[in-house]
Design a protein around this ligand. Structure first.
Ligand code: G3P
Ligand code: MG
Length: 244
C-alpha cells in the first residue's frame, strides 16, 4: 500500500487556504486528496473556511455564520496570500463539482459549530455530496466524534475519521466505539503504541496531519500510514516518489 498525499486546505503553503487557487494548485501538483473545512453561512449554505471568524483569512470581520453566502462572496479571502488579488469564498457545492471533474478524493472536516447547527451542517454536506456525485469519494472528519458518528448513523455508507491531538489510550478502540473507518491524529501520535499495526488489525485507516517537514514526511511514509495531510503536497509527493 502506498501512502496517499492529501493537500491540507488545498496547497495552502502556496495559496490562500480553502480557496480555488489552493485547490487548483493541489490538483496541478498531483495530490491525491484535498482536505477542506466546512462551515454553514448564515443562510444555511455550506462554505469553506478554516476559521469560524473571518478576520484572519479575509477582509471581513466577525463570524462566517453571521453572513449570507452572497455577503461572503463580496469579501476577499486573500489575506494569507495577498499576491492572489481577489479571491472569493468557495461553497461546498462549487468545490465538489471541481473535485468531481478533477477526480480527486476529499476529506471534509465538519468544523466546530457551537450554535447547535451541526445536524444541519451534517445533513447539507451529505446532500451536497449526493447531488454532485461525490458521495463515494469523501471521508468526513471532525474533532467532535459524536457529530461524526451521528453522520454515519444517518448514512452508513459515509466514511468517517476521528480527529484528535491529545494522547488517547488505544485509539483504535475509540474508533470502533464510534463506528469510524479511520483515525486522523496529530502526526506525533503515530509514533506511540504501535499505532499503525494496531489500527491495521482493527481495519482502521490512519491519516495523520499536518506534516510539512521533509524528515517527518519520510518517517510517516516509512510507517505506511494511509494518507499524509500536508500543506506542501508537492514536497511530500517528491519524497514519496523518490524525486529529490
Ligand atoms: O483535518 C486535519 C486538520 O485540518 C485539523 O485541524 O485546525 O487544521 O482544521 P485544522
Ligand atoms: Mg481542517
Amino acid at each position: 500500500m502506498q501512502t496517499k498525499i492529501w493537500a491540507h486546505r488545498g496547497a495552502s503553503a502556496c495559496a490562500p487556504d480553502n480557496t480555488m487557487p489552493a485547490f487548483e494548485l493541489a490538483v496541478k501538483m498531483k495530490a491525491e486528496g484535498i482536505e477542506i473545512d466546512a462551515h454553514l453561512s448564515g443562510d444555511g449554505v455550506p462554505v469553506l473556511c478554516h476559521d469560524e471568524m473571518l478576520d484572519n483569512v479575509s477582509d471581513g470581520t466577525g463570524r462566517v455564520r453571521d453572513y449570507t453566502v452572497e455577503e461572503l462572496r463580496k469579501l476577499n479571502f486573500n489575506r494569507t496570500h495577498p499576491e492572489y488579488g481577489k479571491v472569493q469564498i468557495v461553497t461546498l457545492e462549487e468545490f465538489y463539482i471541481f473535485a468531481k471533474r478533477s477526480g480527486i478524493f476529499v476529506n471534509t472536516e465538519i468544523k466546530y459549530y457551537d450554535s447547535g447547527k451541526w445536524e444541519e451542517l451534517n445533513a447539507v454536506c451529505l446532500k451536497t455530496a449526493e447531488k454532485t456525485g461525490m458521495a463515494d469519494s469523501i471521508i468526513y472528519s471532525s474533532f467532535n466524534h459524536r457529530w461524526l458518528s451521528e453522520l454515519k448513523r444517518k448514512n452508513p455508507a459515509a466514511k468517517i475519521g476521528l480527529l484528535y491531538s491529545d494522547y488517547i489510550e488505544k485509539p483504535w478502540l475509540l474508533a470502533k466505539e464510534f463506528n469510524a473507518d479511520a483515525l486522523h491524529p496529530w502526526y506525533s501520535r503515530i509514533f506511540e503504541q504501535d499505532m499503525v499495526s494496531q489500527c491495521r488489525k482493527y481495519g482502521i485507516m490512519v491519516n495523520p496531519w499536518t506534516i510539512d517537514h521533509p524528515a517527518e514526511i519520510e518517517k510517516l511514509i516509512g510507517q505506511k500510514v494511509n494518507a499524509i495531510i500536508t500543506n506542501k503536497p508537492e514536497l511530500a509527493l517528491k519524497i514519496r516518489d523518490g524525486i529529490r
